[in-house]
Design a binder for this molecule. Sequence first.
Ligand SMILES: [Zn+2]
Ligand SMILES: [Zn+2]
Length: 459
Amino acid sequence: MDQQKTAALASIDQISQLICDMSDSIWDVPELGFQEFHAAQTQCDVLEKLGFHVEKNLANIPTAFSGSWGSGKPVIAFMGEFDSLATLSQKAGVTHADPVVPDGNGHGCGHNLLGSGAIAAAYAVKEYLKTTGKQGTVIYYGCPAEEGGSGKTFMARDGVFDDLDCAFYWHPGPVNWVNPNTTLANYAVKYHFKGISAHASAGPHRGRSALDAVELMNTGIQYLREHVPQEVRMHYAITDAGGISPNVVQSKAEVYYLIRAPKVATVQEVYERVNKVAQGAAMMTETEVEIRFEKACSEQLINQTMNEVLHANLSSIPLPELTEEDLAFAQAIRETTSAKIKPGESPIIRTISPLRREVKLDYASGDLGDVSQICPVGELMTATWARNTPSHAWQATAQGKCPAAHKGMLFAGKVLAAAAIDLLNEPEKLAQAQAELKESMGGNPYFCPIPKGVPIPNL
Ligand SMILES: [Zn+2]
Ligand SMILES: [Zn+2]
């Protein structure tokens, strides 16, 4: 590794306390999607302190922002997140379920680490550009509401990512690997039924039940399920059952659907059929249905060139050193999971998974998919948690402030920065990544699946 690259990566060690404090502060104030005011302010303050030019309110979203440095091409981005999850409140450093606030929010997906580690990466690239005098722009994007809000897709709809040459992303987890898996595109849609209330016993013939319509719609979907492509997923939550009185014909009810498929185009086809089922339910019950499109996201395109660059650096930068205490805490956490523990196995994974070129489908969705259709994206995971730690569980929240998590986060920052520095030095590699994306897109431009005019949820 050349000296200047080594020095740039070492610059992360010099700001490690600042980065860890930022991550801990975000962990301490867990906020839900589009409401991450403390996290956004904390990150903007740190970015300014580190010499970045901060822009706020991107795409008219109060908690979307960027911190940039440098000028001209290439423009290399690091994507950050900082939203938490409802009901995953949990005390840090504890090996049993024990919420800070019962039913409160918690960082059960490690996004306090995610955004902070990405800022560390952006800083190292900035230091590299500064000391080498090379041309290029580095940008950190603060992206709200990854959990169910598709913040990046709303930002993409506004053209925020249009000038990027490539982007890097990482996620905390139990393994060290470059993610070769694609995701499902999805639409999130609310079906709001309106009927007529009446006494459910004395005058049921006068009422038209919105709750009946919801139930009939859901029954209709069970029949539709057999006649859609295998990978399609249709799931729902009844977000308004109309009320708590069985002696009232419910005049309003709402069901919230997530429709997923490997391609946005398939989601659109299924969505049109789901709408027919909703209209059928409304017709059967003589109610009215209002279809409210909430948000959407695209499937992720895997970029092998980006993955190769990331994997080369993941394999060559030494893993962080762990202490006996780090391992003992991880072991205690592990024993609370359903994992089968093999004797002698390190409770925190100390190996690098080989790079897999075969792309498999993860039956989940994420808004990084939209970024991956605009510019080449490389996605990394480093071990911040004990082996087998389930995501979206109290065990993940409990480990979010521990030293091993901090070490995994700073390691991720170094790997991401190193990969970006390689692309600064090898424009032909970056061109190759871009050509690969163009081919994956079949020459078509990115099309945002969230229609114009759909407002940002909860704002
Ligand atoms: Zn998550
Ligand atoms: Zn996550």
